[in-house]
Write a protein that binds this ligand. Structure first.
Ligand code: AMP
Length: 295
């Protein structure tokens, strides 16, 4: 039975750290699930993974201003704290760290993390400063809730690589776990931003997972020329009436450098706009070894 007194809501970074440190001293393994709230089953899958691997789960809800550009949706980003707490209670999350903007960024705040080079392409190119804000807030969350394992979603493929690299580079004493993308039954990757979509926009948005699926099929059928695959994705997106494509590309799984040819595992990544809503999705492509190569 879920414990109705859970989760404990904590707003102070210092109180959060003291709680986590006390649990660690008592021998508990701590899992951390950083989110911006407006929770859905994708977020809850991370909480489930943490519950399975750890004794204590801390979810964080913080809409981080420093990772949004001036023209982005920071002020209108959905904030649904009460519903989020109910969902986290149903997953038996122990603590929810929900700091204010002022508690995370004290007056005079001026120290930022310079992101690793894997942050330079794709999202980093389209959203200048985004990963600087992400790395800074994630490092601060790791400091406030010094967990053993932090759980991130493959949905934000580049973000997961950036955080893994930052953790390696800075020697952070935390393991980064990346969990699979959770989708609606029709294939649309769950996102807090899906709630902005009208019925017609949602129909168009489905072409994103559709294009990724098509690429996976092409790779399974032996296609290896990344230009052919990129063109197929663009045709599928534009054909469905997607308003604009930020990128639809095939990249190396570790460096995110764009590929001409698929040899080993690669990743197809899409960022596109439907109306005013920007959506991202991706699919790891593993060419079957020994398959017939078509191009
Ligand atoms: P956000 O609240 O959008 O910052 O996301 C918080 C975490 O949830 C990130 O690690 C995301 O990658 C992850 N996440 C978001 N959507 C999904 C999804 N559909 N499936 C799995 N993880 C997700």
């Amino acid at each position: 039975m879920p414990n109705s007194s859970l989760p404990h809501l904590i707003e102070s970074p210092q109180e959060m750290r003291e709680m986590v440190e006390a649990r660690r001293r008592a021998g508990a393994r701590i899992g951390l699930v950083p989110t911006m709230g407006a929770l859905h089953k994708g977020h809850l899958s991370l909480a489930k993974a943490s519950r399975q691997a750890c004794d204590v789960t801390v979810a964080t809800i913080f809409v981080n201003p420093t990772q949004f550009g001036p023209q982005e949706d920071y002020s209108r980003y959905p904030r649904t704290l009460q519903a989020d707490l109910d969902l986290l209670r149903s997953e038996q999350v122990d603590f929810v760290f929900c700091p204010s903007k002022d508690a995370m960024y004290l007056p005079g705040f001026s120290t930022y993390v310079e992101p690793p080079s894997v942050a330079n392409s794709l999202e980093g190119m389209i959203r200048p400063g985004h990963f600087r804000g992400v790395c800074t807030v994630v490092l601060k969350l790791f400091t406030s809730a010094p967990a053993d394992i932090a759980f991130f979603g493959q949905k934000d493929f580049q973000q997961a690589l950036v955080i893994q690299q930052m953790s390696r580079d800075l020697g952070l004493p935390i393991t980064i776990e990346v969990c699979p993308i959770v989708r609606d039954p029709d294939g649309l990757a769950l996102s807090s931003r899906n709630r902005y979509l009208s019925t017609e926009e949602r129909r168009k948005a489905l072409s994103i997972s559709g294009a990724l699926h098509e690429v996976r099929e092409l790779v399974a059928a032996g296609h290896r020329d990344a230009r052919v695959l990129r063109t197929a994705m663009q045709k599928a997106l534009l054909g469905a009436g997607i308003d604009s494509i930020d990128y639809a590309t095939i990249a190396d799984c570790e460096t995110l450098q764009e590929l001409d040819q698929i040899q080993d595992a690669a990743v197809a990544l899409i960022a596109a706009r439907v109306g005013t809503t920007r959506l991202i999705d991706n699919e790891v492509l593993a060419p079957p070894s020994g398959a017939t190569v078509r191009d």
